[in-house]
Design a protein around this ligand. Sequence first.
Ligand SMILES: *[C@@H]1O[C@H](CO)[C@@H](O)[C@H](O)[C@H]1NC(C)=O
Ligand SMILES: *[C@@H]1O[C@H](CO)[C@@H](O)[C@H](O)[C@H]1NC(C)=O
Ligand SMILES: *[C@@H]1O[C@H](CO)[C@@H](O)[C@H](O)[C@H]1NC(C)=O
Ligand SMILES: *[C@@H]1O[C@H](CO)[C@@H](O)[C@H](O)[C@H]1NC(C)=O
Length: 534
Amino acid sequence: MIINIYHCKMCRMYIILFAVVALIALCETKQCDQTPPHASVQEPSENKGPFKMIIETKMQNLSYLPDQTYVVTLLSTNSTRPFRWFMITAEDPDMDNNTYGVISPQVDVGRLKTLDTETGRKSRYSERCFNSVENMDNSDKYRVDIHWISPKQNDKKSEQRVRLRAMVAENEEVWYMGDENLVILLHKDNRPPIDSPPTTPVEVCNLCSEARYEVIFSGKWSRVSHPHQYPSKPDENGYTHMLGASHSSYYVLWQQGEEASPGLVKLVVNADPTLLEREIIEKMSEKNGTRTLIRGKRRHHPYMFESSHSLFRVDRFHHQFSIVVGMRPSPDWFLGTSNFELCTADGWYSSAKIPLYPWDAGVMDGVSYESPTAVTTPTDHINRVEVGSFNKESPFYQMNLNDLKPFAHLEVKLLDTYQLTGEDCSEENKDLEEPQDDVGAEETVEEYPQVAESKQKMSCAGKWSEWSPCVPYDGSCGMGIQTRRKLKAEDRDNRQFYRKFNDQDSRQGNSVSNGCYGNDDTISIQNQECFVDC
Ligand SMILES: *[C@@H]1O[C@H](CO)[C@@H](O)[C@H](O)[C@H]1NC(C)=O
Ligand SMILES: *[C@@H]1O[C@H](CO)[C@@H](O)[C@H](O)[C@H]1NC(C)=O
Ligand SMILES: *[C@@H]1O[C@H](CO)[C@@H](O)[C@H](O)[C@H]1NC(C)=O
Ligand SMILES: *[C@@H]1O[C@H](CO)[C@@H](O)[C@H](O)[C@H]1NC(C)=O
């Protein structure tokens, strides 16, 4: 069928629509023309002007860290030569060689922000160009400060560069552009943020042993270290339960740039750990998903400095851990670590202590701890709270991560390792760690349900395990959830194991639950509600 486009309204509409979309895409990839609108001379001045643009990066070389706020200053170095117009643009330097018609992917160049000063506002967002600010009026200026918020961490491009380019005009005839004083080329500093785990996540762990760890969360949020906007009723301050899991590299409890799970939302907004706990338990699996549920006490004022801890186990399938701790009061902020790798080429990672800074779950709007909140629509992704915020109401007003005191410390310590016998670990991957004696974990530390524990070897295909200890939905008693597992496959390789839950988890009464687990992936898991006597 031949469609005559002149007689087809829909076709014409689509063509126009396509043209508009293509035009928008082209505009975004075209360099910004900074020529002042009032210029009577269309070429920038050839003499070197007394103007320069500077950026405070606190680093020798011009490199930037992601998600941070930097002050960009445009100034005149001659006290008798003010400027009237200016424009500052953040752009991708690679766009220079972009030929028309080729639509390149949009590059995150961060955001420029105008600033209010005592003498009023000097800059506004440009309507002519993307990612640009320009003069507000024609007044004489000697200095203008704006903020540049660097691109987000989750931009995968490692070799990222951003160029800040300025135009300064003294009058219709004398204006400057392209001078080296007016261009700043910034490179991304690829060092990880200060709150990153010290190890790099690996997909496959070849250690032929299991290990037991202790994780300790120590709160540091206080009026002394975080005076700005500190809650007016500190009696109501607190941290939620510490929740988390040891898990495989495929499991994500939370991650920057991802949406928060319903359970995480409940924990951070309502301080209710039950749903997140259930989500973690439901993902328990022999070779994937989660292994140990990490659950530490919640801490309230005036006991916020008391630490919260928990034990957990790792194996070569579940070699990472993640935790979250909600902050009260706050819109939806939490502290935590995500996909912390414990499997290294030298064996199980021995110990680490990292600072924690607040994250925003992206579900509630709110500038400060106590500010009125509203549901964010549409739901945003998990990100750092706006460090370097421009809002004076924000606790992080004009502060960068490196200026901010940690809100908590997280410590993780290897307690013991257990050599595996009968596991299918190839010769070259054999790790020669000696089993250590139990280094006496504190008695108050509780260990939560796990998929597999001791190393007795028995075939048990087709059988259901006993129910795991009952994990109360809230607090230490009441309704809760428990799990059990079944091996469907025949025990062909004789690699199934009969294992029991760790008998340290004795507070729930049925301290020793037996489970059958195997190396086969066809394991079914059942959950049921249960009750713990108070
Ligand atoms: C900038 O300097 C820091 C040390 O101050 C260094 O770690 C970083 O790699 C440098 N960045 C670039 C892009 O050269
Ligand atoms: C500042 O500019 C004036 C002309 O406007 C010039 O005479 C003077 O030498 C300049 N001062 C400096 C320090 O460059
Ligand atoms: C653009 O291409 C020229 C040569 O074709 C090269 O010298 C220059 O570095 C390129 N610019 C960028 C920003 O890649
Ligand atoms: C684990 O689960 C993820 C999806 O949840 C899947 O992509 C991956 O292949 C699984 N890994 C193994 C070893 O089964």
